[in-house]
Design a protein around this ligand. Structure first.
Ligand code: SAH
Length: 254
């Protein structure tokens, strides 16, 4: 449900250069703007104004990127796509997570405030808009049913992506690539309902919250946030991530 007025602009952030490259193929009328070591691609997807940018990795990089999208490109809405590590056993590699609640798992200003509470804001998490979530869920489920997302993928992933599912739920972000069982278990203890972990989402959502910009964050599971994660992650990014991100954005801005 994206308003189509002439001035409405959607910011699109991706956490991998491979993903940006895929989405760029969907764009027309593209102009490039180099600001703060990033390249912002301004243009259109169908009739919607978009600005596409690689967030870089981690909370600070992603926050500064979204702030530029808001203040210099005047975006009205943000779509973020990227890969993530699964924290729930319900999830498999290739599954899609639409974020509902976003936690910063490395925020800890005790004893002044509670662990995970965001300083100055008095909140423990940020929440995506319910209508945007259900709209995204409907579109992505429809695409999965029609095999629009997993068709023609790399042979290794054909079987995995055949059973691809979309989930709605909690995402935690921190400046840490989670790739060992002890850290993973510890996070699950703190956040029992967590679906996945990544390095940007809850920072971007904080900036959107502060500027009152609606956002939707969609993550594809690349690894299990365990000792095999570095290998699974690299392989997934190489073979699948760019294609999936492009398809997700196409579905979201149809
Ligand atoms: N390839 C990069 C590193 C990427 S960092 C380099 O060479 O430097 C990992 C990226 O994938 C981040 O954008 C993060 O959001 C996401 N991610 C995927 N799996 C993750 C995991 N297990 N833990 C944390 N972040 C993960």
């Amino acid at each position: 449900m994206i308003p189509q007025s002439e001035n409405y602009t959607i910011g699109i952030m991706g956490a991998m250069p491979e993903e940006i490259a895929g989405v760029l193929e969907l764009m027309t009328d593209v102009t490039e703007h180099n600001i703060g070591m990033r390249t912002y691609h301004k243009g259109k997807i169908n009739n919607t104004n978009v600005v596409l940018v690689f967030s870089r990795w981690g909370k600070v990089a992603a926050s500064s990127t979204v702030t530029t999208l808001i203040n210099l490109f005047h975006i009205n809405q943000l779509i973020f796509t990227g890969v993530a590590g699964a924290m729930s056993d319900k999830l498999n590699i290739g599954d899609i997570v639409i974020g509902k609640r976003f936690f910063q798992h490395d925020m800890d200003a005790r004893p002044f405030i509670q662990q995970f509470e965001i300083p100055m804001l008095g909140v423990g998490h940020f929440e995506a808009d319910a209508i945007l979530i259900s709209d995204a869920h409907e579109k992505i489920n429809g695409a999965i049913e029609n095999k629009l997302i997993h068709e023609n993928e790399h042979p290794t992933y054909t079987a995995i992506l055949k059973n691809q599912k979309a989930h709605i739920g909690d995402i935690a972000s921190g400046d840490q690539f989670i790739s060992n069982e002890t850290t993973r278990e510890n996070l699950i203890k703190h956040f029992p309902d967590l679906l996945c972990v990544e390095m940007e989402g809850a920072a971007v959502t904080q900036v959107c919250y502060e500027f009152n910009i609606p956002f939707i964050i969609i993550r594809v599971i690349s690894d299990g946030a365990n000792s095999n994660a570095p290998i699974d992650f690299a392989d997934f990014v190489e073979h699948v991530a760019s294609v999936i991100s492009k398809k997700i954005v196409k579905i979201m801005i149809a």
